[in-house]
Design a protein around this ligand. Sequence first.
Ligand code: ATP
Ligand code: MG
Length: 561
Amino acid sequence: MDSKPDHAPAHFIRHIIEADNASGKHGGRVVTRFPPEPNGYLHIGHAKSICLNFGIAEEYSGTCNLRFDDTNPDTEDEEYTNAIQADVRWLGFDWAERLFHASDYFDALYGYACELIRKGLAYVDSQSAEEIRATRGSLTEPGVASPWRDRSVADNLALFERMRAGDFPEGAHILRARIDMGSPNINLRDPALFRIRHAPHHRTGEKWKIYPMYDYAHCISDALEGITHSLCTLEFEDHRPLYDWVLDQLDVPCHPQQIEFARLELNYTITSKRKLLTLVRDGHVSGWDDPRLPTLKGMRRRGYPPAAIRAFCERVGVTKKQTVIDMAVLENCVREELDRSAPRALVVLDPLKVVIENFAADQVEWLEVQNHPKDPAFGTRRMPLTREIWIDRDDFMEDPPKKYHRLAPGAEVRLRFSYVIRCTEVIKDSDGRVVELRCQYDASTAGGQNPDGRKVKGIIHWASATHGATIEVRLIDRLFTVPDPAAQEDFLAHLNPDSEVIVREARAEPALQDSTADSFQFERVGYFCRDAVDSRADAPVFIRTVTLRDTWARINEGDGA
Ligand code: ATP
Ligand code: MG
């Protein structure tokens, strides 16, 4: 039955599943899996695969397994296994009791390999890796058969058993499928199934001296778990004939259908595990959770709501055509979600002192203000107005152009939630830098009132200078200055030097400190979140999640890019 939500656009995978359900191909079942290799942290590209696999299963009342594809003992680690589980949960998905490992199937995979040998469909090749590579052929030339291709079943079984027992050094032999050295598809030219590797595995320890290859392990793992639709990225399209060949030869419980989709590529960032590792290891970022990274850990620390990432994955869709998605699409999803979910606060990043001369020095006027302009459910908070306040230096110009609606000598502006003030004097230091403004407030304009109908267009944010908090704010921006860092000869040469600008003494209203919310819109400034890592009770740190508008499009136009 088709249970996809009304807003979900059709895409080719949904079409395939609906057709399969209609024809009863898998008995109406939908079972998918997300199969990460535990050799790194998850990133935004993985999020697409997670949302697709778990999302599709949910939509069609099916299930999705989390399976660690842990067939390579060299690069895998328990640290990654734990982090991956935490990340998938954070994104909002649950595999219930269906947590599996390819290493759970090592015995079965060994048994199936023996079955292939007995059927004359696999053999132990004793050529070196170089010889095998040299005889594989090319796109225009067929491969050359190995001299060991016609070993007897008995010899193959005996050698394979000894490979497993650890009798041979690495590289001495390899188990290959016996398919077709003349196939136009290089993946079918007797691909490797098992290789010798004397390395302990983080789950099976010293038990195995041979490890299965991905193409062989993946299809059988899918079949053993009763997967119906095995969704993978486009680069595996040419591997599908091998996926099907292995399952066709063996007595496995079912034959899942491999379906390929285009991987997610996002501009201004990188998703290569190797390059991410370089950034972390060489200290270009502070760690895997650096808020500038496209890792799920980084995006979480940066304050991206999981719902925004899910909405993004839905919005970019599922296609067979490889495209590059603009970072602005992701940032827009984050803004849309935070606009709904983040309470507001007033914070001044670049403070300029304003003294309201006709406001008594010991007076504090507590204003009851709304936490969210569109949603009364967020309630209200209290903001102190005092004689001395901070405004943003950006909101004052000594010699403004026409139509400047903020503060200038002699001009009026409204303080958000409060009075209209007029600037009466500008005080400068000996270098001519403006250090203070003297203003007068108009008592008849309290709380947005405008009794004489005069035109005050500008509304600026502010914070009390005597009843406020000082916070550190980190202005996070894109990590790279070029749209396609991965395509550059040296991607490190294109790091954005301004990807993190630290403001040590931003001034905030006091309620910010007491709020239990994690994310805020600092009005007129951007969306920010409390940094769970570096904040201390007496020294809070806020990270910019995203600006209020897409400033990059404008910058690029300005560059003529
Ligand atoms: P590796 O080169 O180490 O295999 P990988 O990015 O494929 O890197 P895996 O842990 O194997 O990492 O990926 C787990 C799953 O996530 C796979 O099914 C993979 O196809 C999918 N995936 C990885 N990157 C993307 C991406 N950019 N877009 C969509 N899916 C992705
Ligand atoms: Mg992979």
